[in-house]
Write a protein that binds this ligand. Structure first.
Ligand SMILES: NC(=O)C1=CN([C@@H]2O[C@H](COP(=O)(O)OP(=O)(O)OC[C@H]3O[C@@H](n4cnc5c(N)ncnc54)[C@H](OP(=O)(O)O)[C@@H]3O)[C@@H](O)[C@H]2O)C=CC1
Ligand SMILES: CC(=O)N[C@@H](CCC(=O)OP(=O)(O)O)C(=O)O
Length: 344
């Protein structure tokens, strides 16, 4: 199974390389960049004498002739244009950007402030939330890989949303991310002096993953109302924690909720539901494809607190993208993704 990567020099792209280097079935056929045609280690010296591959220019025709699957690890606004070029070729596309996720016409433009992808491609694209959309992913030609925050939030909410246990207007989400979530391009907000020993809120009530989360929640429970979603930048490289608060429609104990979640994620090795009294930390998933979830019901307020952690570059991007590629190719979804978290 031959793979090409566009956007290889970015953080999502280089994480794809890290995973695919050890994948037993997928072989990296070609890696692409808009910059110089140099060996990848010129950009990433940690790959010196490990990966001799040369960066190549982006030639859609040639990539489609030589590969079976292409990952677009490219910025939003770029992926949509590339996806359109791949439309008439016999190759499957997994896009890590937000370009193919939002189905409602006009919603992408409203939240991303950019021109959206061709509506026919958006309609054809399958939302790649691996644990919950496996049947559709198996048959997909275009996969819209979920956003990093959206993955943590949706895996955290799925069991209670699907069982319609949530008071519809009660969802509040507090998200925190490391700086690699913003990618490799230079920005003042990501400078060491801005991030170090600091903790900032950003995109208040304007985060582009808000409609993506609402879109999927409505698939599970059509009564769900708009959510409150806040995002913060943490002084660390990798990792996302989302703390989610919902009011429950009926009285439940933490033990009952833990049982419900364990049942919902039975046979899904990447979602680890912690026992009552145990809550995950970001370091416990860094470098891995795990999403760890902790739960607590406050019987005084009737609110459920859900804590969900992922590595934004793994389960939040490249890891889930490879999981989707595995599903697409009818492999075990965990193939090539069984690395333990890096600890300490
Ligand atoms: N970082 C994260 O945690 C997550 C990122 N994502 C999404 O994944 C995608 C990649 O993210 P990330 O790797 O962080 O981003 P980066 O900014 O680190 O890398 C993006 C890469 O895209 C390439 N690129 C830029 N412009 C163009 C263009 N016009 N045509 C072709 N290629 C181009 C660049 O490579 P070159 O200059 O070599 O051409 C660049 O290295 C984005 O859409 C992002 O939103 C999704 C989930 C999580
Ligand atoms: C820390 C940080 O800045 N994170 C980025 C995540 C961006 C992302 O994943 O973009 P997509 O919309 O393509 O999913 C953000 O909050 O915008």
């Amino acid at each position: 199974m031959k793979i090409s990567i566009i956007g290889t020099t970015g953080y999502g792209g280089v994480e794809l390389l890290r995973i695919l280097h050890h994948h037993p079935v997928f072989k990296i056929q070609s890696i692409h960049s808009t910059k110089d045609e140099v060996p990848i280690w010129h950009e990433y010296p940690h790959l010196y004498q490990v990966l001799g591959k040369q960066l190549e220019k982006i030639d859609v025709e040639e990539i489609s002739l030589n590969s079976d699957l292409v990952f677009l690890a490219t910025p939003s606004g770029v992926s949509s244009k590339l996806a359109a070029q791949f439309l008439h070729h016999n190759i499957r596309v997994i896009d890590l950007s937000g370009d193919l996720r939002l189905k409602e016409p006009g919603e992408y433009e409203a939240w991303y402030k950019k021109t959206g992808a061709d509506q026919s491609i958006v309609e054809e694209a399958v939302y790649g939330l691996s644990e919950w959309n496996e049947k559709q992913i198996e048959k997909a030609r275009f996969i819209a890989n979920p956003g990093c925050y959206a993955t943590a939030v949706l895996l955290g909410l799925a069991p209670v949303a699907k069982e319609k246990l949530i008071v519809p207007d009660s969802i509040i989400i507090d998200g925190k991310s490391g700086t690699s979530g913003a990618g490799k391009s230079l920005s003042k907000a990501s400078l060491f002096a801005e991030v170090n020993e600091n903790f900032k809120i950003y995109k208040v009530n304007e985060h582009q993953h808000t409609p993506e989360i609402e879109q999927q929640l409505l698939e599970w429970d059509e009564n769900i109302e708009p959510i409150t979603f806040s995002t913060h930048l943490l002084p660390m490289t990798r990792g996302i924690m989302t703390t989610i608060y919902v009011k429950l429609r009926a009285q439940s104990s933490t033990e009952q909720l833990v049982d419900l979640y364990k049942e919902a994620y039975k046979g899904k090795p990447f979602v680890r539901v912690r026992p009552h009294g145990n809550y995950p930390a970001v370091k416990e998933v860094q470098g891995s494809n795990y999403c760890d979830i902790g739960l607590n019901v406050d019987e005084r307020t009737g609110r459920l607190t859900i804590v969900s952690v992922i590595d934004n570059l793994m389960k939040g991007a490249a890891g889930q993208a490879v999981q989707n590629a595995n599903i697409l190719n009818r492999l075990n979804p965990a193939t090539g993704l069984e690395m333990l978290p890096l600890y300490p």
